[in-house]
Every structure is written in structure tokens, then in C-alpha cells.
Ligand binder design. Structure first.
Ligand code: GLU
Length: 307
């Protein structure tokens, strides 16, 4: 497997030149645009890696499935489903013009937990006496899923996004104005910005994906969360996880996945494996350009598509 991964890295690394590192969060612009790494954990316990798989980067939107999972674990499916819809928006992750008429009912059905609005609402559904405690629970869950207690927050990226995240403030205030978001907007956003700034590597993403691929059980068979929540999270990732490129990704790769503007992609191959990718040069939709190409080739070679 490592031979195949190294071959794919070599074939796909030149594609990084066709993408751009995210810079709307200024601290992200420091990433090496040529980096490309991959890590796979399969159901036989085989770990394989290639390229820059040990580089650490911020999880960004790949925290969204984990926020959803924590919200499900704290409130159950019916409650979460009642607050935020599951339909793909067909719009960028931070789109403001999601619904034509903005009231709570319309807005909540037009967003999903994989776009910023939905993920910000998820932060309000997580239990905790304050937003610091809610964030700490999200960090602990991330560490548990990745089996990596060293996972921490990139304080520089956090401060950078907090200082410049006015689009997210606008989204949050819009939701507050129609009753979809409860609580203090700055506190909710602080939890969201911190969660996006959690620092991981490809192995962490592969391990988290593995648990999702294995119905909530880790490699030792311990149940970390109920199988029905893996079903929920994977289904929403399948249709909404790759920004407004989710349809093309379903066609060309064919597995539930989530990408982040930090350059990560987490791909879940149900019953088979978890995959973590890092390559920060992004395409126009915000997905890792070389990362998607690696996944396309991997999917063809190993017949990963669920369709
Ligand atoms: N923290 C980023 C934002 O809210 C996450 C975006 C992403 O990775 O898609 O803008």
C-alpha cells in the first residue's frame, strides 16, 4: 500500500501548483503550497502513509462532523434534525444568501451542519456550563476519536480568524435575528473559531474517519458512539461535505468526506478504511486540489466508491 501511496503522491504533487493556499484567514497563508500527504488506516489494522503525512495543520471545517456528532450525542437525532436541515445548499460554505425569505423555519431547513451556519448552530446545541466548557468537550471528543491526547489548538490561527472572521459574525447575527441562534454571538463564535483551529495531522484524520467507517467503534472494538450517529454523520458528509463540489466528488470518488480550508480532507470508506489527506493548495470551491486528485486515483485503484 505504501508503494501505491508514494506513487500517487508523486503523480499528484504537481497539481498543487494549480491551487491557492487560503488567505482570508491570514495565518493560513503561511502554509507550504506544495505539501501533500496521505495516511490510511484499514480494517485489518494496517497503517500506511505517504508524503507530508506528519505535517500538522488546522482542522477547519473538518471539525463540522465532530460538532454534529457531539450535538447528536448530547441531544439525540430528532432534536438536532429539528434545528438544522440536511439538504445540500449548492452554495459556498459561508454563503449568506441561502434562503430568499429569512425566517427561522425556512433558514433552518436550508442549511446543514456542514456549512458555517449549521456548524455555528451545532456549537449552541453542545452541552456545557459555558462556551469554554463546550469547546473543551469538543477537543476531548476529537482527541478520543483520533486516539491522540496531544491534539491542541493553533493559537495563532485562532487569533487570526477571531480578528478577521466578520463574515461568520454576519452569519451568526443573521441567525440570531430570526431566532435560530440562542446565546451570546461572540461567545458562540469563540467556540466555533477555537474548534476550527484544532491542530491535527493526516493520521489523526484517518483514525477519526476509521471510527466513522466502523459504526462508531475504534480499532479495538470499543464503542465510542452509537452506530446510528455514524450513519447520520456519514450521510450528511456524503451529500454536503465537500462544499459545492459534493456532487462531483460523489461521482468521482464516491465516499463520505469532509474538507477544510486548512487543506485537510477526511474520507470515510464504510466498513473498510479511514483516510486523512493534507495539501493546502485549494481549488476555487475551497477543496484541496491535489488531495481530491489523490482520492480519485485511490478510489479507482482500490474500488472505494460505495455506488
Ligand atoms: N474556520 C473556517 C471558516 O469558518 C472554516 C471554513 C472551512 O474550512 O470551510 O471560515
Amino acid at each position: 500500500m505504501e508503494g501505491l501511496l508514494n506513487e500517487l503522491i508523486e503523480q499528484c504533487r504537481p497539481d498543487t501548483a494549480h491551487g491557492k493556499v487560503a488567505s482570508y484567514i491570514p495565518a493560513l497563508a503561511q502554509a507550504d503550497p506544495n505539501a501533500l500527504g496521505v495516511y490510511i488506516l484499514d480494517r485489518n489494522g494496517l497503517h500506511s502513509q505517504g508524503g507530508d503525512s506528519q505535517v500538522r495543520f488546522t482542522i477547519q471545517s473538518i471539525i463540522k462532523p465532530i460538532l454534529l456528532l457531539q450535538a447528536l450525542m448530547d441531544n439525540g437525532e430528532a432534536f438536532v434534525r429539528g434545528r438544522v436541515g440536511v439538504e445540500s445548499t449548492g452554495k459556498p460554505f459561508d454563503a449568506i444568501n441561502i434562503a430568499d425569505a429569512v425566517n427561522q423555519e425556512i433558514l433552518s431547513e436550508h442549511i446543514n451542519p456542514m456549512v458555517n451556519m449549521g456548524a455555528i448552530v451545532m456549537c449552541t446545541l453542545i452541552q456545557g456550563k459555558d462556551y469554554r466548557e463546550r469547546f473543551d468537550r469538543v477537543l476531548e471528543l476529537t482527541r478520543l476519536l483520533a486516539n491522540d491526547p496531544s491534539i491542541d489548538v493553533d493559537e495563532e490561527v485562532y487569533r487570526s480568524e477571531k480578528a478577521t472572521g466578520n463574515k461568520n459574525r454576519a452569519l451568526a447575527f443573521l441567525m440570531k435575528s430570526c431566532g435560530l441562534l440562542e446565546g451570546d454571538v461572540e461567545e458562540v463564535l469563540d467556540c466555533y473559531f477555537r474548534a476550527c483551529s484544532i491542530r491535527v495531522d493526516c493520521r489523526d484524520l484517518a483514525r477519526i474517519a476509521f471510527v466513522l467507517s466502523n459504526k462508531g467503534r475504534d480499532f479495538m472494538g470499543n464503542e465510542l458512539f452509537p452506530a446510528r450517529y455514524a450513519h447520520y454523520v456519514n450521510a450528511v458528509m456524503m451529500t454536503c461535505g465537500m462544499y459545492d463540489g459534493a456532487g462531483d466528488f460523489a461521482l468521482t470518488v464516491g465516499v463520505p468526506a469532509k474538507s477544510g480550508v486548512g487543506g485537510g480532507i477526511m474520507a470515510v470508506v464504510p466498513g473498510r478504511m479511514g483516510i486523512g489527506i493534507y495539501s493546502p493548495a485549494l481549488d476555487k470551491k475551497g477543496n484541496s486540489i491535489a488531495g481530491i486528485h489523490v482520492l480519485r486515483r485511490l478510489s479507482r485503484q482500490l474500488e472505494l466508491s460505495i455506488f
